[in-house]
Design a protein around this ligand. Structure first.
Ligand code: 3PG
Length: 212
């Protein structure tokens, strides 16, 4: 199966929000993951955008209860690195045919990103039924996904990009949204100040959102 839909569904159903993490500070990896898990957000996407991202993933994967995946995956090589680092899933901003096909060679599911019905249909033709909608707010936000719901009824989305607590609530009310992704739970100043208590509070607030 190109995308293990059952495995991905159970991971994406664990919490209404997936924190999208950009982190290079290895010392902050474990306490950040612990704060997010303690706040009720166990599914963590660590973007491969920093030199230490794979080490951050390996540290976070040691935290009890954390389900860690890689983000910003754009090449088959990064897929291998993600598996080796201990990822349980991968996320990509796009859905190139090369990436969709390469994911079939790896034991963890890929959540590919799409922006249009044609891209969603291409991914669906490759066997993908869970897709990231990215960059969600810049593309028109919840009204666009609402318009996708009837013609693309067999596809569920995780919108990401420009989402905050209130916008998340609106997306989660849609029948074709399984969860949302975002970075608002981890403000840069809170990470810099190592204020993990604040991050845990923001996580708890996000975890309190309910999937309609
Ligand atoms: C990203 O790729 O950076 C994610 O979509 C997170 O977006 P956000 O920072 O706007 O929440």
């Amino acid at each position: 199966m190109p995308q293990d839909a059952a495995a991905l569904r159970s991971m994406l159903s664990l919490a209404p929000v997936i924190p999208v993490i950009i982190l290079d500070d290895l010392d902050a990896a474990r306490p950040l993951a612990e704060a997010l898990v303690a706040g009720g957000l166990p599914v963590l996407e660590v973007t491969l955008r920093t030199p230490n991202a794979l080490r951050v993933i390996a540290e976070m994967a040691k935290v009890p209860g954390a389900v860690v995946g890689s983000g910003t995956v754009r090449s088959p090589l990064q897929m291998g690195h993600s598996v080796d680092a201990g990822c349980q899933f991968m996320v990509s901003p796009g859905a190139s045919p090369r990436l969709l096909e390469a994911a079939e060679d790896h034991p963890i599911p890929l959540l590919p990103g799409i922006a249009t019905p044609t891209e969603a249909m291409t991914a669906s033709e490759h066997g993908y039924s869970f897709l990231k909608f990215f960059p969600a707010e810049a593309l028109g936000g919840a009204p666009v996904l609402k318009a996708f719901a009837s013609p693309l009824a067999d596809i569920a989305f995780c919108p990401t990009g420009g989402i905050d607590l209130e916008k998340a609530r609106t997306y989660l009310a849609l029948p074709n949204v399984i969860c949302v992704g975002g970075s608002w739970i981890m403000p840069a100043d809170a990470i810099a100040a190592k204020d993990f208590g604040r991050i845990e509070r923001l996580a708890r607030e996000a975890a309190g959102l309910r999937k309609a």
